[in-house]
Structure formats: structure tokens, C-alpha cells
Design a protein around this ligand. Structure first.
Ligand SMILES: NC(=O)C1=CN([C@@H]2O[C@H](COP(=O)(O)OP(=O)(O)OC[C@H]3O[C@@H](n4cnc5c(N)ncnc54)[C@H](O)[C@@H]3O)[C@@H](O)[C@H]2O)[C@@H](O)CC1
Ligand SMILES: Nc1ncnc2c1ncn2[C@@H]1O[C@H](COP(=O)(O)OP(=O)(O)O)[C@@H](O)[C@H]1O
Ligand SMILES: [K+]
Length: 478
């Protein structure tokens, strides 16, 4: 499991570790890791031109000590000091001893444009708000330049706690972060500014109960996948009910069923007006004519994809005492009190637009503040919430625990109907017995992986994503 921690937790863990180490040892570990990453990126250090953008804090100190290491290996290193009188004294002395030099911001843009490598040590976890005005032209020059841009700990200007980017920020190709990941490095829009993230171990050990974000990895997902035991049968594996589709959108039902058939449940029941389309494509589906109550027993329901205005069906499903996944029209039609009053788990899977409607804010506000939005929804509805989009987040019911961030997402998933596949897949995992947080995060993981395999560099349709799910399972199981 990859984990990320908030700034207060990181600082506390740093203090604890620093108390046990000689002065400055932690910064030397950070600088050594940073210099190694820079050297890897440069290929040839000797003769390369390196520019350090250096702020007044320890982030600048890391950059200066790393610059000294590169200068000792023959790089031409220039530190651009944003606050010359407050630059990290030890770091600056080390750089000068190694043959590096320092300049002010005047003329720095030209240096940056001619550099092979730019190191962003403007601010780290002590940064507040976007870049200050004097740093903005430097960040722009770095973007124009052909130099590789390496951010120290995080790209300066992004909100490391939330992934929000409120003002100007530096765009990096690589971020070398110390001790632990930070939420902003894993959540868009800040994630995009970070580029590739490389973690340098400096010995930090934050407490597990302070985890802010978790990203499942293959091994975690493999442990969670529901597998049939020798003594199983289709009912014991779990039956998932799908209440989806309409005369206008029969395809949503077909795609949700397509996802559900690949999610591990032993059977899929379908209720709704698209039974003929479903059975034509998937004859193994148990189609029933009545409403959810007449469909026979299920261990979980999915309600909403392409469902139109059928509020009665949504209410009927919400009254069932089994896990319920609410998606698309279901999110709009569900009564908040009916959701909050449920005793069995509820999983809501909005995209940013649907989340915005539920929260009474704009889509842009949700996309700018995904972490706060997903926690807020999970709190308001006392439900597990999977917020879809370029970063998919899952918050457990109540919204207070660690939030899961999906690491497998890909822009190829932004295709009509892929959300319907996801809802069927997650519903199937719920029916197979996974807790809602696991069902949602495992579904997002498999869904993203499947899209990556199916796309392989070319556009895919939602049905390709559904068909790729078994391949994603096999890959995860190794
Ligand atoms: N504490 C430790 O033991 C370690 C800290 N490390 C480094 O130290 C960093 C944190 O250092 P600091 O606490 O000194 O804080 P920073 O270096 O992040 O920045 C603090 C300074 O930047 C200024 N500042 C704040 N927001 C700004 C903005 N938007 N634009 C321009 N300037 C701004 C503040 O006035 C303050 O003086 C970490 O991110 C990491 O890089 C590493 O060396 C690892 C060990
Ligand atoms: N830019 C993106 N990067 C990664 N995944 C994305 C992006 N945009 C959308 N997705 C994913 O694609 C799926 C789209 O679902 P949804 O918005 O419900 O569409 P639909 O209703 O057409 O099925 C979700 O899983 C979402 O997380
Ligand atoms: K930085």
C-alpha cells in the first residue's frame, strides 16, 4: 500500500527522527537522494549546467546541498537566490566550497533557459498559497526551457495537503519527495504539476492511524479479490441486482451488466425496461419483469445508470437491507434521508458534475478540491463515496478515515458508458462480500488497469473496458 500523510504528521515524524540523529543528518539524506535523482536524469553530470531555484527555507537548503554534490561531480551549478539575505547558510557555504556560485533573480531567466537541469527549491511543505510574484517568471522560464525540471519535495506553489492549485505553480518533470508521499502529489490538479514522483527514504515512520491517503498496489488488490472456494456455488458467491437502463438508454443496462459479470458475483439479476437488450448480449443474466422486490434475493444492488426518472425503483432499492450502489440518475433521484437512514452500506459513485449537484457547488469547485468534496459527501450521506474523474478518490462512510486514491486511472477511460461498467463491477464486488471501501477501490483499480490494457495507446469504447476486466484480474493475481 502506498500511503500519504498531511504536513503536521510529516513534521512531527521529522522532529522525532531529528531528535535521534546528529544535526543536519536528515537534510543530508534528503540532499543525497535528490542529487542521485538529478544525476540519473542528467545521465552525464560532468559539464552539465544546473540551476537551483532557492527559497529561504529548508527546501532551498536541500537544493543547495544537492547542488554542492553535483558541483563536486563536475556540474556547473548556479543558485538563484529568491531571498539572498535569508538563504540557507550551511547549504550556500557547501555549494560555494564545491565551486558553485549564486546570483539574484536579475538575469536568472536567461540562465534557466540555457540550463540542462532546473531544481525547484523555492518552497516545500512550509509553502502557503501559489508562487509569489518574483518567482513566477522563473517558473515560466523553466517551463519554456528545454531543461529537465526537478521539484524538491513538491512542486512549489501547489497545495500539498489537498492537491489544489490556487495560484501560479511550478511544473516539474520529476518530483523527489522525502520520507513519505504527500496528498497533493497524488491528487489532480497538483499531481499533474509533480510529474513522476520518486520517494527518497530518509527514515521517517509516521503513525499508521494518521494516514491521509492510501493507494492500493497490485498485492493489496490481489489479497482483496473474491475467489471461489471449492465448496462454493453461484448463490454463495453472491448475486448482484442491477436496476438500470431505460427505453431511451438501454445501453447503460448492458454495460452495467457487462461490468457485473466480471466482478466476482455468482449471478447477475437485471430489473428494468432493457431486459431484451441485456439478454440478447448476455444470455447468462437473470432478467425479471417486476420491480426490485420481485426480482429474487440479491446480496447487493446497483441502481441508477441510464435509469431516467424512475424514482420509485430507486426508493425500492434503497429500502432493501443489502449493500446498495447509487450511480448516475440514482444519485439525483435518491432522497438524502433515505440514504442516511440505511443500515446496510451505501456506495455512491458520482462524477464531478453529479458531486457538484449534490453539494450545491460548481463542477470546477469539485475538480479543484476533490479531497474535500469526497469527504464532505461521505460525511453528509453517511455513505462510502467514489468520486470519479482524472483522479478517482474513495472516502469511507462518514468521510473521516484515510481516503483511497486510485493509481491506475487513465484518460482513455473518459469515454461514454465507462462509468456504467464501473458501477456494475463495484456492485458485483459488493455482492461477493467486500466492504464498500474495498469494493469501490478494487473496482476502480481493475477498471483503470483494464482500460490501460484495452487502450494500449489507442481509443477504446466502454465495452472494451468491460471485456478487459478479466485480463486485469489475471495481471493483479500475477
Ligand atoms: N525538517 C527536516 O528535517 C527536513 C526538511 N526537509 C525539507 O524542508 C522543507 C520544509 O522546510 P521549511 O519548513 O523551512 O519550509 P519551506 O522551505 O517549504 O519554506 C518556508 C519559507 O518559504 C516562505 N514561503 C512560504 N510560502 C511561500 C510562497 N508561496 N512563495 C515563496 N515563499 C514562500 C516562507 O516565508 C518561509 O520562509 C521540506 O519540504 C523539505 O524539502 C528535508 O531536508 C528533509 C528533512
Ligand atoms: N481524465 C480522466 N482520467 C482518468 N479517468 C477518467 C478521466 N475522466 C473520466 N475518467 C473515468 O471514466 C469513467 C467515466 O464515468 P462517468 O463520468 O460516469 O461516465 P459515463 O456516465 O459516460 O459512464 C469514470 O471511471 C472516471 O473516473
Ligand atoms: K519545491
Amino acid at each position: 500500500m502506498r500511503t500519504a500523510y498531511g504536513v503536521e504528521t510529516v513534521r512531527a515524524a521529522e522532529r522525532e527522527l531529528m531528535a535521534r540523529l546528529p544535526d543536519g543528518a536528515l537534510m543530508q539524506r534528503a540532499a543525497a537522494g535528490l542529487a542521485a535523482a538529478c544525476a540519473d536524469l542528467l545521465g552525464r553530470v560532468y559539464g552539465s549546467r544546473v540551476v537551483l531555484l532557492t527559497g529561504s527555507g529548508d527546501n532551498g537548503g536541500d537544493a543547495l546541498y544537492a547542488g554542492a554534490r553535483l558541483a563536486r561531480r563536475g556540474a556547473g551549478v548556479t543558485a538563484v537566490l529568491l531571498s539572498p539575505e535569508r538563504a540557507h547558510a550551511g547549504g550556500l557555504a557547501a555549494l560555494r566550497r564545491a565551486g558553485g556560485r549564486s546570483v539574484g533573480v536579475a538575469g536568472a531567466e536567461e540562465l534557466i533557459e540555457r540550463a540542462d537541469l532546473v531544481v525547484d527549491g523555492i518552497v516545500g511543505i512550509g509553502g502557503k498559497g501559489g508562487l509569489r510574484p518574483e518567482a513566477v517568471p522563473l517558473a515560466e522560464a523553466a517551463e519554456r526551457s528545454r531543461a529537465a525540471v526537478v521539484a524538491v519535495d513538491l512542486p512549489s506553489g501547489v497545495d500539498v495537503e489537498t492537491g489544489e492549485v490556487r495560484g501560479a505553480a511550478l511544473r516539474a518533470d520529476l518530483t523527489v519527495t522525502f520520507g513519505t508521499h504527500k496528498p497533493g502529489l497524488l491528487i489532480d490538479p497538483a499531481r499533474e504539476y509533480a510529474g513522476v514522483v520518486r520517494l527518497v527514504d530518509i527514515g521517517l515512520a509516521p503513525p499508521a492511524d494518521a494516514t491521509e491517503l492510501e493507494a492500493l498496489q497490485h498485492a493489496d488488490v490481489a489479497r482483496l479479490l473474491p475467489l471461489p472456494s471449492p465448496e462454493t456455488d453461484k448463490y454463495r458467491r453472491g448475486v448482484v441486482g442491477i436496476a438500470a437502463g431505460s427505453a431511451r438508454y438501454p445501453g447503460a443496462a448492458v454495460l452495467a451488466v457487462a461490468g457485473a459479470l466480471r466482478g466476482g458475483a455468482g449471478a447477475v439479476r437485471y430489473v428494468g425496461p432493457a431486459g431484451d437488450a441485456v439478454i440478447a448480449r448476455f444470455p447468462e443474466t437473470l432478467v425479471s419483469d417486476g420491480g426490485p422486490k420481485k426480482a429474487g434475493r440479491v446480496q447487493a444492488w446497483v441502481v441508477g445508470p441510464g435509469a431516467g426518472d424512475d424514482a420509485a425503483t430507486v426508493a425500492e432499492v434503497l429500502a432493501a437491507d443489502v449493500p446498495v450502489l447509487l450511480d448516475a440518475d440514482g444519485l439525483r433521484l435518491a432522497h438524502a434521508d433515505a440514504v442516511r437512514g440505511r443500515t446496510a452500506p451505501t456506495l455512491m459513485t458520482p462524477h464531478a458534475g453529479e458531486a457538484a449537484a449534490l453539494l450545491g457547488i460548481s463542477r470546477e469547485e469539485v475538480e479543484g478540491a476533490r479531497l474535500a468534496s469526497v469527504r464532505e459527501l461521505a460525511g453528509r450521506y453517511a455513505a462510502t463515496v467514489l468520486l470519479k474523474g482524472s483522479t478517482t478518490l474513495v472516502a469511507g462512510a462518514g468521510g473521516t478515515g484515510a481516503v483511497r486514491v486510485n493509481p491506475t486511472g487513465t484518460g482513455w477511460l473518459a469515454t461514454a458508458g465507462s462509468g456504467d461498467v464501473l458501477s456494475g463491477l463495484a456492485g458485483s464486488l459488493l455482492a461477493a462480500g467486500l466492504p464498500a471501501l474495498d469494493a469501490a477501490s478494487v473496482a476502480a483499480y481493475l477498471h483503470g488497469l483494464s482500460a490501460r490494457f484495452a487502450a494500449d495507446g489507442a481509443p477504446v469504447g466502454a465495452h472494451d473496458v468491460a471485456e478487459g476486466i478479466p485480463g486485469a484480474w489475471r495481471d493483479v493475481r500475477g
